[in-house]
Design a protein around this ligand. Structure first.
Ligand SMILES: [Zn+2]
Ligand SMILES: [Zn+2]
Length: 287
């Protein structure tokens, strides 16, 4: 018997919601583990990213949303709607923080003309009935046959309901930091992971990033610096947790020619000398 597929694909590797020429896409991570297809976050471009992995939208078993910053769920409604028009005929479980239900109901309301039309005119099932929405909280999230998912509240002010996630299945462990400031508890949470996907900030890039933004004031600088983890500290978490491989994603800044892979690597190497991947949109990593 061949082992089931086990991989993680970073569909969007940039941090933050804006896209520009030359930038990558906001956050979505697709995973195949223990026979399940799981999408974590659904930033802009998520549906295209899933299909680019050769995975049909209708194959997604489970969607988790780590927190309600738009770069993590802007495309959730459009993705589910598109899965529906692509033939979805079984319920998809969607687990997200308090407030996601209001987004979903609002999305359904905003698209009511089209949805009602396709039910009446094309014989489609009701989209609302195909989404099993559940609230995400700290602790055990789901214990499915052969796949266990746990959540850890991370440190992403001013948002309180923001979570790191851990997946155990097929003898593999995958840990995702979500968006968080340096969080020592994440090292315990991701102990021994085969793969740790950690968000990363290059502190020396923040000023240049802000100078090009055009709107937002000093509060944005404060948010970025107090709510995210430097690349060096991401390496520190990987070292403390003893993970097998570290993947950096959610790059802030992203797509600025002034900063190259060498800058990121130099920061991480202050704290971590193990296998390191700087994620690119669409990059698939075998487990
Ligand atoms: Zn984010
Ligand atoms: Zn965030």
């Amino acid at each position: 018997m061949t082992a089931p597929e086990a991989w993680v694909a970073i569909l969007g590797a940039k941090g933050g919601p804006a896209i520009r020429p030359g930038s990558q896409m906001p956050t979505s991570i697709l995973m195949r583990l223990a026979g399940r297809t799981v999408l974590v976050d659904a930033g802009l471009g998520a549906a295209r990213g899933v299909c680019d992995q050769g995975v049909a939208l209708t194959e997604i078993d489970l969607i988790l949303i780590t927190h309600l910053h738009s770069d993590h769920y802007l495309e959730l409604g459009p993705l589910l709607h598109t899965a529906w028009t692509a033939g979805l005929n079984r319920p998809v479980t969607v687990v997200g923080p308090p407030g996601l239900d209001a987004y979903w109901q609002g999305f359904l309301t905003s698209m009511a003309f089209d949805i009602d039309l396709r039910i009446a005119d094309e014989g489609r099932p009701d989209l609302a009935g195909l989404v099993d929405l559940r609230e995400l909280a700290e602790g055990l999230v789901l214990d499915l046959d052969g796949l266990r998912i746990d959540a850890l509240r991370n440190d992403h002010p001013p948002i309180i309901d923001s979570f790191a996630l851990r997946f155990d299945g097929s003898g593999r462990r995958v840990a995702l930091s979500g968006d968080t400031a340096f969080l020592p508890a994440l090292a315990d949470f991701s102990t021994g992971a085969d793969l740790l996907v950690h968000e990363a900030l290059l502190p020396q890039g923040v000023d240049l990033l802000l100078s090009r933004l055009g709107n937002g004031d000093d509060r944005l600088r404060r948010h970025i610096l107090r709510s995210h983890t430097s690349a060096e500290d991401a390496g520190r978490i990987a070292a403390l947790a003893g993970v097998r491989q570290l993947v950096l994603n959610h790059f802030v800044p992203d797509g600025m020619p002034e900063f190259t892979d060498a800058n990121w690597i130099a920061e991480v190497r202050k704290a971590w000398d193990g296998p390191l991947i700087l994620a690119r949109d669409g990059q698939r990593i075998a487990l």
